[in-house]
Design a protein around this ligand. Structure first.
Ligand code: ADP
Ligand code: MG
Length: 721
């Protein structure tokens, strides 16, 4: 066996379903398999009895399979597999939707461990799509254990539990890994981390770590293996960052003329007085403008903390600076936004900020280009052709250009781009700031803005090459949103509040997890609420004689714009939307939000959504309505009612989530194991120090080829740049 061999070479009997499951998990080679770590370990032992479960719980049960069979769903005629699970306390029904083959792997009397969520209602509960594992213990043990003292740990070996995935069971994964390790292949993989570093931080070597992480004898062994792998990942990322910092030190910026008096007078024309945090951020950026190296700064501020004004104030300086050695024209600003809605909104906001200044502002999106001011009317913007727009940007006539992705396309070139602003930059995934770089060797100053509060350790890691500025203060008079997590029976309380707010002339959001396409893995009754269906239901039964609009990602740009406009000018009272409104949408008159299926969103995302209703000094409300109301969900969501700001929430999220739920991969391109490391600031700092030292000595990593290739593969994984 060779680590780089394709898995299929050594596991020739893989079924198509298994192959596609492995594909989805990104496992192609033996090495990939060994680097696919369990999310947790379990000793076989008692975890609960059937009589003790209730609706909404996440449970692990041991018992005996009874009467497995398939049938067709009554209405949809879709296949349903079902069986009973029996233990000494009771029986419970299990159902699998669209997975009739499950029955083939079950037989009456089979002893299993079952993990899943209790669905249904209190009158009739069942387990929906539970995961089944043959238990590694004998029948007598299970039944004895069920009555044993729950705190008494048996001397059982630890069993790894891998990420659940349709087609591949945890048990299959376990046996596959065991086979690989038995062949000794894990000893052939080169340990990329230098020995000295391993010794310094008491980290086990690679071969040992691979055994300890998949089949540990003790939890201590697995913990030390996990620590090693998290160090490996964070260290690799830090190496990349160290290299980028080095490159940056050689770059040159365009000098921006800093006229502090003019800036102060511009800022004093704002309709509000900047908060201290805003003023501080503006000053920091202005200081950066005076340095010969390009700024690379991350501006992190809670939703509603007023980042747009910071962007506008600093853009003013750039748009009034003369390019070096030129008698006319100005430097240019590019303001990149993740959605068309947001780009348009910022365009309008900028027009308001700049209306008394002779500075042209452009807007470019997939659906067209606009320019302010219009030739005919000084107060208005006007539509212009793309070709004309490109010409005016290329010759420098439009100093401030706001737009979506169209802004970074090759066809749009700037004459003197000196300042690039990226709004809600976490939404861009892999947008490379290089795309905004100029071709003449001068690098624009970069301001990345985000409202996603991320823990400091994570910021140090994924944004390790950026300087960090926090906007840690809200505009005066903002009251915290009154947030309530409501169980299904309390839904009416939320509706009552919505009615009250509407009576006052205010507006409301209702957020749903889906648009309307059914999820093929779920029976209809288990589907999350959808925007389209919910809008109809609300109009018909809950809020009669109310104007209700919808907004979701599959609408055409013109439809979206229309819908947004109607909500902005108050024509629509309730906007039923997906999380597209998460990003920066600003309608100050909206003071109440309902979030359906709330457990499907991360805490940080819920916080972002909630941010849509702290846009004014009116008291705002947010009702969080999960579909299932088990203790874990309740506890996690209740953090929303306790945390004072997004940063607290982010730290909390990091601390309570178990591994396997850290969503790091999806959101940041960071594995769960590394996310665990981010709970430990010392480890992150150590990785950074070591990376700096190594890059200083061996900038090209020529003496560390294994590390170089790790770093190279990371480069393409990491999001959030
Ligand atoms: P975010 O940081 O989420 O991007 P915005 O820039 O959209 O926040 O600002 C949110 C709202 O607060 C806007 O309506 C803006 O006009 C207003 N605002 C910004 N700064 C202040 C301030 N210092 N005082 C009062 N209102 C402010
Ligand atoms: Mg914003």
């Amino acid at each position: 066996m060779n680590a780089n061999d394709l898995l299929t070479v050594h596991f020739p009997r893989l079924r198509a379903g298994q192959k596609s499951a492995l594909d989805k998990l990104g496992i192609a080679t033996i090495r990939d398999l060994l680097y696919h770590f369990p999310t947790r370990y379990e000793n076989a032992g008692p975890t609960g009895t059937i009589s003790g479960v209730s609706h909404g719980d996440d449970v692990t049960l041991y018992g005996t399979i009874r009467n497995p069979k398939t049938r067709k769903a009554w209405k949809s005629r879709r296949p349903i597999a079902e069986a009973l699970l029996e233990d000494s306390s009771d029986t419970i029904k299990m159902m699998w939707f669209n997975q009739p083959y499950i029955v083939k792997s079950l037989h009456d009397g089979m002893l299993v461990k079952v993990t899943g969520r209790v669905a249904g209602n209190d009158a009739k509960i069942y387990l929906a799509n539970p995961e089944i594992n043959r238990t590694p213990v004998r029948a007598e043990d299970v039944h004895d254990n069920l009555f044993a003292n729950a705190t008494e740990k048996s001397e059982q070996t630890l069993y790894p539990v891998y990420q659940e995935s349709k087609g591949i069971s945890s048990l299959w994964m376990y046996h596959a890994v065991k086979k690989c390790i038995a062949s000794g292949v894990h000893e052939q993989i080169v340990d990329a981390i230098p020995k000295k570093i391993l010794t310094r931080y008491h980290l086990p070597k690679l071969a040992t770590s691979l055994i300890w992480i998949h089949m540990p004898r003790t939890l201590k062994d697995s913990a030390s293996a996990r620590k090693r792998f998290s160090f490996e990942e964070v260290f690799t990322i830090q190496l990349m960052m160290a290299r980028r910092r080095q490159t940056k030190a050689c770059q040159k910026a365009l000098p921006v003329t800093v006229d502090r008096e003019a800036l102060a007078s511009f800022v004093s024309s704002f309709p509000f007085k900047p908060t201290r945090a805003q003023a501080r951020a503006i000053n920091t950026i202005v200081d950066d403008f005076e340095k010969p190296r390009p700024m690379m700064r991350l501006l992190e501020g809670d939703v509603g903390s007023g980042k747009t004004a910071i962007a506008a104030a600093t853009s003013y300086l750039v748009a009034t600076s003369r390019p070096p050695e030129r008698k006319s024209g100005t430097l240019q600003v590019a303001y990149l936004c993740p959605t068309e809605i947001l780009a348009k909104q910022h365009f309008e906001t900028f027009i308001a900020f700049f209306k008394d200044h002779p500075i042209q502002i452009g807007l470019i999106t997939g659906s067209g280009c606009r320019k302010f001011p219009s030739k005919i009317s000084r107060e208005k913007s006007t539509h212009i052709s793309r070709a004309q727009f490109q010409k005016w940007v290329a010759n420098g006539e439009i100093p401030i250009v706001i737009g979506t992705h169209s802004l970074v396309q090759k066809s749009l070139s700037f004459k003197t781009l000196a300042y690039a602003i990226i709004d809600e930059q976490h939404r861009f995934g892999k947008v490379h700031r290089q795309e905004l770089a100029r071709k003449d060797g001068l690098t624009p100053h970069l301001l990345s803005m985000t409202a996603t509060p991320i823990p400091r350790t994570l910021a140090l890691t994924i944004y390790g090459d950026l300087d960090l500025t926090l906007v840690d203060q809200m505009p005066l008079g903002r009251k915290p949103v009154i947030t309530k997590v409501l169980g299904p029976e309390k839904r009416e309380e939320a509706y009552a509040r919505v009615r009250k707010e509407l009576e006052k002339g205010r507006q409301a959001y209702v957020i749903c997890p889906r648009i309307d396409e059914p999820d093929p893995n779920k029976e209809l009754s288990l589907q999350a609420k959808s925007v389209k269906a919910e809008a109809v239901r609300l109009e018909k039964y809950v809020f009669k004689n109310t104007s209700i609009g919808i907004l979701h990602g599959k609408m055409k740009p013109a439809e979206k714009e229309e819908s947004m406009k109607k909500f902005e000018n108050g024509e629509t009272q309730i906007l039923v939307a997906t999380s597209v409104v998460e990003v920066g949408v600003n309608v100050p008159n909206a003071t109440v939000m309902l979030i359906e299926g709330a457990e499907r969103f991360g805490l940080a995302q819920l916080h972002q959504l909630r941010g849509r209703v702290i846009r004014s000094s009116n008291q705002a409300y947010c009702f969080v309505l999960p579909e299932s109301y088990g203790p874990t969900t309740r506890e996690r969501l209740s953090a929303l009612t306790k945390a004072k700001n997004g940063f607290e929430l982010a730290e909390y999220d990091l601390s309570i989530r178990g591994s396997g739920e850290l969503y790091g991969k999806r959101q940041w391109g960071i594995s769960d194991v590394a996310m665990e490391a981010l709970r430990n600031i010392k480890l992150v700092e150590a990785a950074r120090t070591e990376a700096d030292a190594l890059i200083e000595k061996d900038p090209g990593l020529s003496k560390h080829s294994a590390l170089a290739s790790l770093a190279h593969s990371r480069e393409s994984d990491l999001h959030g740049e």
